[in-house]
Design a protein around this ligand. Structure first.
Ligand code: 5GP
Ligand code: ZN
Length: 112
């Protein structure tokens, strides 16, 4: 799956909706979450559209590993290397945007 017309994050990746860029390369985009739940709350997404981390893991596991590396880099740059990585998967788990995204939470001591 490449990109999806009615997808908020595809629109953000294309620059049709503004976002604050944290990191970008050929395959991956990272931007500030609009409603941060930690001092640093960054979303890391593949530029290609996959609905969920399950889909990404089966269709492009190298990109999933790359996303983890990008998260690690953000945590090293913005904090001391500690970070929480969250993939909400499915409606019942709180997924609201169906373009896979890693929530990278860091920048402070996090609540359990
Ligand atoms: P989910 O609930 O799907 O795991 O996470 C979606 C995330 O996207 C939420 O944390 C929400 O704050 C963030 N979000 C929703 N709309 C926008 C937007 O237009 N711009 C940015 N930067 N983040 C958004
Ligand atoms: Zn998308």
């Amino acid at each position: 799956m490449s990109d999806s017309e009615d997808c908020l994050f595809c629109s953000i990746i294309k620059g049709e909706i503004p976002s604050t860029t944290v990191y970008e390369d050929e395959s991956t985009y990272a931007f500030e979450d609009i409603h941060p739940k930690a001092k640093v709350h960054v979303l890391v997404v593949p530029k290609r559209h996959y609905a969920s981390v399950d889909e990404l893991a089966s269709e492009d596991p190298a990109e999933l590993a790359h996303i983890v590396g990008v998260a690690q880099g953000i945590a090293k740059e913005r904090y001391n290397g500690a970070y929480r990585l969250v993939f909400n998967t499915g409606l019942d788990a709180g997924q609201t945007v169906f373009h896979v995204h890693a929530h990278v939470l860091t920048g402070e001591v996090l609540d359990e």
